[in-house]
Design a protein around this ligand. Structure first.
Ligand SMILES: CC(C)(COP(=O)(O)OP(=O)(O)OC[C@H]1O[C@@H](n2cnc3c(N)ncnc32)[C@H](O)[C@@H]1OP(=O)(O)O)[C@@H](O)C(=O)NCCC(=O)NCCS
Length: 299
């Protein structure tokens, strides 16, 4: 814990997730700022074990400013990049405009430098906030097209519910041994993000394909439109096997990651989203082909 003459009534703490009251203060800050509830993460195995939160607390224990960093190894253009990521960046309204966010950003950047991350990534609706620190937006593309012929599967898919112990176990085991869903851009594991995103987007369904030993995260937007959100498996099955295994008879498909391992032809179009994925790295690069990070890795 440290103090700073610029904020005499506040105390700075980092790495505070082991303190239940401080965790609750973060849950409250994110609820008040973004309307999201991070607390279910505790029942889903907890925050990413590499998490390093940086926060300013008042004397009531209220968290008034925060930014969390964590390790997020990511495959980019076929290579595993040792990346760090920023999330949970927020300052309570009455404390804004006093340099608190700049302060936690600098502290998080210093921590990332000490970890020797090759890159830092984040999502934001305010890219201007991060451009002065060398972050730049990476445009994302989703893929769509007509559905391929799907063979009839012999084994029916099983729905998974991460709040059921047995299903959570299966999910966590499969996440641990997953292969990146794409070689263009994809996370290597990021289990905590996957699990909490199942709670944030209730339209996403999870199904277990026993033959393929694959967890499929998917949505059905209209009766005949199938949206593939993510695939967690040691070997990524072809799209036709996924559709067959799920027993889906869609006419059109959307895939929210690069389908380079799916064995199908789909067309890329720019992703319409209010948030931007930003990256800070030594050497600027472009993605080999249009792509996006699965929303199940969103953080
Ligand atoms: C955005 C937010 C974190 C800024 O917090 P803050 O403590 O007021 O920021 P600071 O006073 O440390 O300002 C840091 C810098 O960011 C700039 N900045 C502040 N708000 C900004 C915004 N909305 N857009 C772009 N730049 C902004 C400031 O001008 C300042 O620039 P300077 O260093 O050149 O003076 C705060 O307004 C907030 O919590 N907003 C809601 C949640 C959110 O948007 N989170 C971050 C996005 S992921």
């Amino acid at each position: 814990m440290t103090t700073d003459p610029r904020y005499p009534s506040l105390t700075f703490r980092q790495d505070y997730f082991d303190d239940p009251a401080a965790w609750a203060a973060l849950v409250s800050l994110l609820q008040d700022t973004f309307g999201i509830d991070l607390d279910p993460l505790r029942r889903l195995g907890g925050a990413d074990p590499t998490s390093m939160p940086f926060g300013w607390f008042d004397d009531q224990g209220t968290l008034v400013a925060n930014l969390s960093a964590f390790a997020m190894p990511i495959v980019i253009n076929g290579r595993v990049v040792r990346a760090g990521a920023f999330q949970s960046g927020a300052v309570r309204p009455e404390w804004r405009g006093r340099g608190l966010y700049g302060d936690v950003t600098r502290k998080a950047l210093e921590w990332c430098a000490a970890q020797q991350f090759e890159a830092i990534v984040l999502y934001t609706d305010k890219p201007a906030l991060y451009e002065p620190y060398g972050f730049r937006a990476l445009p994302f593309h989703a893929y769509s097209g007509p559905a391929p012929e799907a063979p009839t599967s012999t084994a029916a898919a099983r729905s998974l519910d991460p709040t059921v112990a047995e299903d959570l176990d299966l999910l966590r085991r499969t996440l641990r041994t997953r292969t990146p869903v794409s070689d263009v851009i994809a996370v290597r594991e990021s289990a905590a993000m996957f699990l909490i995103n199942t709670q944030f987007d209730r339209d996403v369904r999870l199904s277990w394909l026993a033959n393929e030993r694959a967890v499929i995260a998917w949505k059905s937007e209209a009766e005949d439109r199938f949206v593939l959100v993510d695939v967690v498996a040691e070997v990524i099955p072809p799209l036709s096997a996924i559709l067959g295994g799920l027993g889906i008879e869609a006419t059109s498909i959307e895939v929210l990651f690069s389908p380079d391992k799916l064995g199908c032809e789909l067309l890329a179009q720019p992703l319409q989203s209010y948030t931007h994925f930003m990256i800070r790295c030594e050497t600027p690069f472009v993605l080999d082909v249009p792509a996006m990070l699965s929303p199940m890795a969103d953080f």
